[in-house]
Design a protein around this ligand. Structure first.
Ligand SMILES: NC(=O)c1ccc[n+]([C@@H]2O[C@H](COP(=O)([O-])OP(=O)(O)OC[C@H]3O[C@@H](n4cnc5c(N)ncnc54)[C@H](OP(=O)(O)O)[C@@H]3O)[C@@H](O)[C@H]2O)c1
Length: 320
């Protein structure tokens, strides 16, 4: 990476809009001469939130590259459509889609059982997520955003990673968001969002927690982990959650394929192994903090979050 390219990248980062918009993608892909990625024929990748937007684009691209893709979606109808699309993109017509609500621990436990029986993936792409305008609780009483994007993924990861080892390691990748830069890690606010409830702040706190979770996982054996930010991407999720922002930014938004590009790259690149637990955007590692007020005690946060998660999923890890 030349000093010139580092300098340009730094300026893009400072501008924020330049970094997160399609400008960042276009400039960096040229500066760093992104070439075609290797085929992924020996990889089995699970993608959550694969029925729409970034997850769908990433799943189809991985299938096109020969990976065996297991998509996860909530709607049986959208799942059926996705399975047909995955198979039509795959060189040998392969692909599978399973239905599960990632926020419901019973559902995630059942999904894990099915995977452990039929198809153990070696890469987990935890992409499912949304901004929820009203406070929701899952059947297990957990705040919905946290359950879908951290607790459910932790249960799935714990169950699946029991089959991985240092000689056969897996990869865990979480789709976070630039929103994380506005919030520090705070377990109490995650469990009981301050009132009046704000969907955007809750989402940002959960995206911060995802990065702490990924860092915590990086200390475990038998896997390597990464968090990735897709940039601002034109999807139904963005349109529904932030309609004004989405309309205003339309000419500068990344396409779903561009938003998914790092997910696809991280699922096989060696850089992820040499930098476990890192946060990525446009194939470069990024600082997880931009504001002094969000900096907390990183190792203590990792251990606090991991203890809470392990305790919460404990009733669901012994079943088979
Ligand atoms: N678009 C952006 O600019 C942007 C920026 C930063 C981060 N992100 C992140 O990127 C990820 C993908 O978002 P997107 O923009 O592609 O939005 P999207 O088009 O709405 O896709 C979100 C996907 O997540 C699934 N999902 C949501 N809750 C779920 C649950 N409880 N269980 C199972 N699946 C669930 C949705 O399933 P259904 O089809 O059933 O609704 C859908 O497939 C999210 O984590 C989001 O936070 C996006």
């Amino acid at each position: 990476m030349s000093r010139w390219s580092q300098g340009v990248d730094h300026l893009l980062e400072l501008s924020v809009v330049g970094s997160f918009s399609v400008v960042g993608y276009d400039v960096r892909s040229r500066l760093d001469h992104w070439g075609p990625l290797p085929l992924s024929t020996d990889t089995s990748v699970l993608v959550t939130g694969a029925t729409s937007g970034i997850g769908r684009a990433g799943a189809l691209e991985l299938a096109r590259r020969g990976a065996f893709v297991i998509g996860v979606g909530r709607s049986p109808e959208r799942a059926r459509q996705l399975e047909m699309d995955l198979r039509s993109h795959h060189p040998r017509g392969e692909g599978r889609v399973l239905v599960s609500d990632m926020g419901d621990l019973e559902d995630v436990a059942a999904l894990s059982d099915l995977l452990l029986r039929d198809h153990v993936p070696t890469v987990l792409l935890h992409n499912a997520g949304a901004i929820t305008p009203n406070l929701t609780r899952t059947l297990q009483g957990i705040e919905g955003t946290l359950a879908t994007q951290v607790v459910g993924p932790h249960l799935l990861t714990t169950r699946i990673s029991s089959t991985w080892s240092t000689s056969n390691p897996g990869r865990v990748i979480a789709m976070t968001s630039g929103g994380l830069y506005t919030q520090p890690f705070n377990l109490s606010s995650l469990l009981e969002p301050p009132l009046p409830y704000s969907g955007v702040k809750t989402y940002a706190r959960v995206k911060r927690a995802q990065v702490v979770w990924i860092e915590a996982l990086s200390t475990l054996k038998g896997l390597t982990s990464a968090a990735v930010h897709p940039g601002w991407t034109a999807t139904a999720g963005l349109r529904d959650a932030l309609p004004r922002f989405s309309t205003l930014m339309t000419p500068l938004l990344r396409s779903a394929s561009q938003g998914a590009a790092d997910l696809v790259w991280l699922s096989s690149c060696p850089d992820m192994v040499t930098h476990p637990g890192a946060l990525w955007l446009d194939r470069r590692r990024r600082e997880p903090h931009r504001l002094a007020r969000t900096r907390t005690d990183g190792p203590r946060d990792c251990s606090t979050l991991l203890s809470y998660l392990n305790e919460t999923i404990a009733p669901y890890v012994t079943t088979n």
